[in-house]
Design a protein around this ligand. Structure first.
Ligand code: ASP
Length: 418
């Protein structure tokens, strides 16, 4: 394992110890230390990596699409990627709901012993049609300013496609993108030196703020979500890596650990994107054209970890309210949660907003989200790690099963040293 990865993992463990320790033994001190030390340091790190998201997505997708050249290849990768994402999210939900039905983490008695933590206000969620129409930006600069990922992806594919068709005519712009890519990669490398400190601060802040009490009352729910995440990561992704990509899952984990630990610290797939892309390209050997397309799309629309939380939470809430879910309702949950993950942004806590939509569809009370709010920050870390692992597993699978995608570029290559 790389040195930096080890440092980040050690920092995460230290962060958990310090956060928990302060929560238990120095609760009065935690507030000021969090306000003046943990939160600002964590935020600076988060902002630094977030700063690179739009540049890396734009530059990599343009280069990736231009490198693929042929729109047919793009269509094939696109179809395979979306198919993979939909299928793996469905598997994730099936695991989550089956486990929750089997273990029964929720009992009606819970409602008497636990107060609903906070009033939970459901937010407006966009409809699926709206989400699809919104993929086309009216103003690409606006899309970049607002970090509208699907719109940026759409625009970048267009530019990349045009560069491929115009070929030699647009040599200079193509090379400009190549150089911009080197530049972005270099900046990410520098920012990552701060990752151990940033991860420590983020996790100490999160763990210190949650504490044991919230976990104790929701322990069964907490464990079922974690178990389902683990089963999905080990069995589903393990099988994809072993049988479809024909690589060793241990090798995958060792080499992708850096991105996983950053996802854990930040609880944001979108913020982790620059790290997960560089890690997949440099350490897993995924070609830029594949990683540049699959991972940004995945960070936006593929959220298996989030779907798992939603699956377990729905069954849990139904159990707490002594409502049984019919088979049709369970299928509705799967369908809505799969669709919801397409419109969900990869930022902390957004999975809960989408959970409101799922609960509404099957007639469960949305306020019940208040029950699980207290432990959600910690689960968010774990599910985000699963979310980005799924994207990387898909990128590796496509990389290994599409060997003839190699860039057929007839431009004279500039010396690229990324
Ligand atoms: N934090 C998750 C992510 O960025 C989304 C969520 O489940 O809230 O992938």
């Amino acid at each position: 394992m790389q040195n930096l990865t080890k440092q980040i993992i050690i920092a995460l463990i230290l962060g958990i110890i310090v956060g928990l320790g302060m929560n238990l033994f120095l609760p009065d001190l935690f507030g000021p230390v969090d306000t003046y030390v943990f939160s600002p340091i964590g935020d600076i790190f988060l902002r630094l990596i977030q700063m690179m998201v739009v540049p890396i997505v734009f530059v990599s997708i343009v280069l990736g699409t231009a490198g693929l050249g042929d729109p047919k290849k793009l269509g094939r990768i696109g179809g395979k990627t979306i198919g993979f994402f939909l299928l793996s999210t469905t598997v994730a939900l099936t695991i989550a709901m089956s486990l929750a039905l089997l273990v029964k983490p929720g009992t009606p008695g819970l409602l008497d012993s636990v107060e609903i933590e906070e009033e939970y206000q459901a937010e407006e969620t966009p409809s699926v049609v709206e989400t699809l129409v919104n993929i086309v930006p009216t103003n690409p600069i606006d899309a970049m300013t607002n970090g509208e990922m699907l719109q940026i992806i759409f625009f970048s594919i267009f530019i990349g496609f045009a560069l491929a068709v115009l070929s030699k005519k647009t040599d200079k712009i193509y090379h400009l993108f190549e150089q911009a890519f080197d530049l972005v990669m270099y900046l990410i490398k520098i920012i990552m030196y701060m990752a151990p400190l940033g991860a420590f601060a983020l996790i100490a802040s999160a763990v210190g703020g949650v504490g044991l009490e919230a976990i104790q009352s929701m322990f069964a729910y907490f464990l079922v979500v974690l178990a389902a995440l683990l089963i999905h990561a080990v069995i589903t992704y393990g099988s994809v890596i072993k049988f479809l990509a024909k690589k060793s899952p241990i090798w995958f984990i060792k080499n992708f650990a850096q991105a996983i630990s950053v996802a854990f610290g930040t609880a944001s797939s979108s913020a982790t994107l620059p790290v997960s892309m560089t890690t997949a390209q440099k350490r897993l050997g995924v070609r830029e054209s594949v990683s540049g397309f699959v991972q940004p799309v995945g960070a936006t629309i593929n959220m298996d970890g989030t779907a798992i939380m939603q699956g377990v939470a729905t069954v849990f809430i139904a159990q707490v309210y002594a409502q049984s879910l019919s088979l049709t309702e369970m299928l509705t949950v799967v369908l809505i949660a799969v669709l919801a993950s397409i419109g969900t942004a990869g930022v902390p806590g957004v999975g809960l907003i989408m959970l409101a939509m799922v609960l509404e569809q099957v007639g469960l009370p949305v306020e019940a989200i208040g029950l699980i709010l207290g432990v959600d920050r910690l689960l968010d870390m774990a599910r985000t790690a699963v979310n980005i692992t799924g994207d990387a597993a898909c990128a590796l699978y496509i990389n290994e099963t599409e060997p003839d995608l190699d860039e057929e570029d007839d431009r004279p290559s500039l010396n690229s040293n990324a």
